[in-house]
Design a protein around this ligand. Structure first.
Ligand SMILES: Nc1ncnc2c1ncn2[C@@H]1O[C@H](COP(=O)(O)OP(=O)(O)OP(=O)(O)O)[C@@H](O)[C@H]1O
Ligand SMILES: [Mg+2]
Length: 336
């Protein structure tokens, strides 16, 4: 059933890649929902399936990939069932994506103006002249100096920060309802990062755009997100609003992530902790909890049986037997 407040609902998404050893499942039964204007952050270590989740939603995965199950409901419509043309209309028009490295999505042999106008003309059905004016206006909004001159430049002539601003301008120019930003500022220096994040948030607030923000940076999460989804080895292991997640994390992996960021209010000589080990390879074949080999609280049950994602507080979900035992609540999440 669709909740009328949901703009987007990802339901039991499962994505894999064909390999010589059979299908490798990279995203395993991922579910979440987003409302208009909301910022949802996805955090998790490298290889946990964040990008594959986003690319599955946009249907931008390359050959060898396979969406094996689930639904991506955008305003009640399953994007996974649309034909290529219908999906193309959604992309850019209703849902846009910003990538970590803007050069991968900007065409190096076309001017910024050409690329921006092409997209605006197609998606907003504007004339060339109108599209040019809209593009200049958007470049101004993202704080680029001399927007008319930038329209005539090729991508290589711009700095990394400028290119990222152009990407945001392009992504926002068609006023999408959902903006997916996959590590949008990792390649930039810290001061530019903060400016770009602030800009993205302001533009989205202005237009009511919901943001799906993928990041490694918990500082960015604290600043930007309303809700947070923690992924580990292809699964969601915790979901909560941003305050609850930072104040009362239930999953040992989330607790580990939070302990590994420096805090201003801790003792000077307090050492930062790290989570020993790494995300296991071929995690789909693990029978029990996928965090078992790195977890300080692991028990026999954790080894034998995969924990379900269960309710451990108000709108707070955790995939951990031990957290459930402590909380005394074992109500499986029903994404209905
Ligand atoms: N094109 C591909 N072919 C085969 N396997 C892939 C492909 N893309 C991703 N994977 C696998 O899917 C898993 C999840 O990858 P994903 O890129 O989603 O990780 P991530 O959480 O975005 O990591 P990072 O933080 O490093 O960007 C990884 O194990 C990766 O090896
Ligand atoms: Mg990624």
């Amino acid at each position: 059933m669709i909740n009328m407040n949901d703009l987007l609902k990802v339901d039991h998404l499962k994505t894999g890649f064909e390999s010589d050893y059979g299908t490798i499942v990279s995203v395993d039964d991922v579910s979440f929902r987003m409302k208009s204007g909301e910022t949802l952050a996805i955090v998790g270590e490298s290889g946990s399936g964040k990008s594959v989740t986003a690319l599955s939603m946009m249907r931008l995965l390359g050959t060898g990939s396979r969406i094996m199950g689930g639904q991506v409901l955008f305003e009640g419509k399953d994007l996974l069932k649309l034909n290529d043309q219908e999906m193309c209309d959604i992309r850019g028009n209703q849902m846009s994506m910003i990538f970590q490295e803007p050069m991968t999505s900007l065409n190096p042999v076309l001017t910024i103006g050409y690329q921006m106008c092409e997209s605006i003309m197609i998606h907003l059905k504007q004339s060339k002249k109108e599209a040019w004016a809209s593009a200049v206006e958007m470049l101004k909004k993202v704080g680029l100096p001399r927007p008319e001159a930038i329209m005539k430049e090729y991508p290589f002539a711009l700095s990394g920060g400028m290119r990222q601003r152009v990407m945001i301008a392009m992504a926002m120019s068609c006023r999408p309802k959902v903006l997916i930003a996959d590590e949008p500022t990792t390649a930039l220096d810290v001061t530019v990062q903060a400016q770009i994040m602030k800009l993205m948030k302001e533009l989205c607030e202005e237009s009511g755009t919901a943001i799906l923000l993928i990041t490694h940076d918990l500082g960015v999460v604290a600043e930007m997100a309303d809700r947070v989804l923690v992924m580990y080895a292809g699964q969601v292991v915790e979901e909560a609003d941003v305050f609850t997640l930072f104040e009362d994390p239930k999953h040992p992996y989330t607790q580990g992530l939070l302990k590994s960021i420096p805090r201003l209010d801790s003792d000077d000589d307090a050492e930062l902790e790290s989570i020993p080990g790494a995300v296991p390879a071929r995690y789909e074949s693990i029978q029990g909890c996928r965090f078992y080999n790195r977890c300080p609280y692991a028990t026999e049950k954790c080894h034998a049986e995969m924990p379900l994602l269960t309710v451990t507080g108000k709108d707070h979900f955790t995939r951990c037997w031990e957290a459930q035992r402590i909380e005394g609540g074992v109500e499986e999440v029903a994404y209905e």
